[in-house]
Design a protein around this ligand. Sequence first.
Ligand code: CO
Length: 134
Amino acid sequence: MIGKLNHVAIVVPDLAAAAAIYRRTLGARVSEPLALPEHGVTTVFVELANTKIELLHPLGERSPIAKFLEANPSGGMHHLCYEVADILAARAQLVAAGARVLGDGEPRTGAHGKPVLFLHPKDFCGTLIEIEQV
Ligand code: CO
């Protein structure tokens, strides 16, 4: 069902410092910071040949990643995003297999303007999974 790895999201305490690590130390192509107030994050995109790394920092009072940063003050991997062709078909298959969809279970428009769902980390080897319809 899942296709390509769309991105790996890493929550960081200092976006400029993290961007510099990817740009200078690792020699990657790194975007300017992009504020996404409707998602409660500011993000920097790192473009790799086969996928993307998204560096995330909380934005606003009710950021969904604020607690994660509190628990992981030096930052850490937050989620993996896999591509699917049909998000509703994927959801049906996942729910039938016993997986838990987070939130109200309905797809939301993700950071790339495409429908996404998040899956409970306890059902996926301790890793928060995002699926995105591409
Ligand atoms: Co994501």
